[in-house]
Design a protein around this ligand. Sequence first.
Ligand code: HEC
Length: 131
Amino acid sequence: MNKYYIFFALGVIMYISSCQTTRFPQGEAAYLAYCASCHMEDGKGLKTLIPPLAQADYLQKNSEDLACIIRNGLRAPIVVNGQAYDQPMAGIPNLSDVDINNILNYIKNAWGNDYGTIKLSEVQAQLEGCK
Ligand code: HEC
């Protein structure tokens, strides 16, 4: 009887660990290539220089602006989780609309974030309206 419990426990462990792998592998790869150097692999940013994306209220409250931030950068004083940031972020113009879509879905759901998903058509509408 005991050995069945072991198989059951192994099954539970495998199921849990499979849930923790990202739902957005392409977004994760692009994040690691283009964003992690500043925002860090764990999304926590860097002290008072680089704002966090993990559990960041800014990410949740400004979901309409995120595609334009990635394409064109951000050069304005902002407050993220109560901390002020005022270093410019350069845009990353060589990321395609699809890349941006993948990255956004990754960061909106990584590190315990639960900020929903975004469709390519919504990303493109945001990009057409960038200031
Ligand atoms: C060279 C460093 C650097 C890189 C690379 C970079 N960022 Fe940023 N990012 C910053 C800085 C600095 C700010 C704060 C800008 C400001 O205060 O105006 C910022 C702000 C942000 C914000 C808004 C604030 C927040 O914390 O929610 C988002 C979203 C964001 N970056 C996402 C990304 C994504 C996604 C990538 C990769 C495609 C990326 N950044 C690449 C430095 C960087």
